[in-house]
Design a protein around this ligand. Sequence first.
Ligand SMILES: Nc1nc2c(c(=O)[nH]1)N[C@H]1C(S)=C(S)[C@@H](COP(=O)(O)O)O[C@H]1N2
Ligand SMILES: [Mo]
Length: 384
Amino acid sequence: MPDFQRRELLVQGSAALAAIAALYTSRRAYAFPTRDSEEVIPWLDQPTENPDPVGIQKQLVWEDLDSWITPNDKFFSISHFNRPTIDEKTWSMEIGGLVKKPLKLTLADVKARPRQEVVFTVECSGNHGFPFFTGGIGNARWAGTPLAPILEEAGVMEKGIEVVFFGTDQGEVAIRDVKMQQNFARSMSLADAMNPDNLLCYEMNGAALPAANGFPLRLIAPGWYGIANVKWLKRIEVRDTRFMSLLMARDYVTIREEDHNGETVWAETSVGRALIKSAPAKVTRKDSDYSIIGAAWGAPIDRVEVQIDQGPWAPATIDHSEEAEHAWKIWSLDWANPAPGEHTVTSRAVSTTGQIQPAMDDPLIAKKHTYWESNGQVTRRVRV
Ligand SMILES: Nc1nc2c(c(=O)[nH]1)N[C@H]1C(S)=C(S)[C@@H](COP(=O)(O)O)O[C@H]1N2
Ligand SMILES: [Mo]
């Protein structure tokens, strides 16, 4: 429960409640000021035309970011295969493989189990990896039931080490000369799957999960990149070997040159946990007062710094009115009297453990040869 709600429950008396409500409103207004006659100045660098509007549906338009929670009708949606339409009356999900007691759950069975919510910012690991893909991110309040007790109930056998999540969507997959019909599938180690934060999720921002986001049931794995959050779930299977599907071992693989004592080693790693990142969202103007507003996510955020042109890094103010462990933080910076003309705006997030979001010329980013895990600093251009 957010701090402000907890405080609200503890405080007695209407005056105190009103004072807290006022504080909450003014802080909210701070992150997303909607002052009369305020204008949003569009970035000069705009995403290029989306070549795959079926696979990539709706992206966040950064200039439109005006709430901590992304409304469902503005939430991005990714599909690698088809987009299944599922009838909840005939849908059920199996939990099988190396379990003592295989289960078959209907949507009613899942909903009858204990409910848990999490506010979690989902980012596609390819976000900012292409000029046409810069809005593959959104923040929602997801509700469902925890996965771990279901795996416990099914009774994972001693040799089970891997949990595979199959979607209903499918397509043709080829490797060497083998062609096959494959469902979307991603796996996690048993230890990662048992994380108490993982949800079998049926609700998004208080509404039934939209078809585009995985109706009737999806995995929500807070702290992981989008790809781990399997939609349109059909089957969960425990296995005794690592799972090597297209989306685990061939696509969504980051290839990076690493330096090991002067020797270059090419590392190939499967995209997994989210990485620290931030981005400027928009520049606003009221008269000659300019503000820069943005978001930071992917790690416990300690602070965000903003660089204008080649100037010094200035600390942004983090909005603490709406926060959650796995959700983006909204930040802002007053930009007093900018010189008329074109400017660049770059942000970098710093985590509570001192990790800094890498610059684009940091070897971590510069020596990465694939577009996944594009968490380098984002620079936008604006004319004031
Ligand atoms: N079944 C299935 N689940 C999937 C995908 C998919 O194509 N099929 N795409 C994944 C990817 S790459 C991302 S980024 C997230 C996006 O979640 P969203 O579509 O709800 O925004 O879903 C993931 N889950
Ligand atoms: Mo993704």
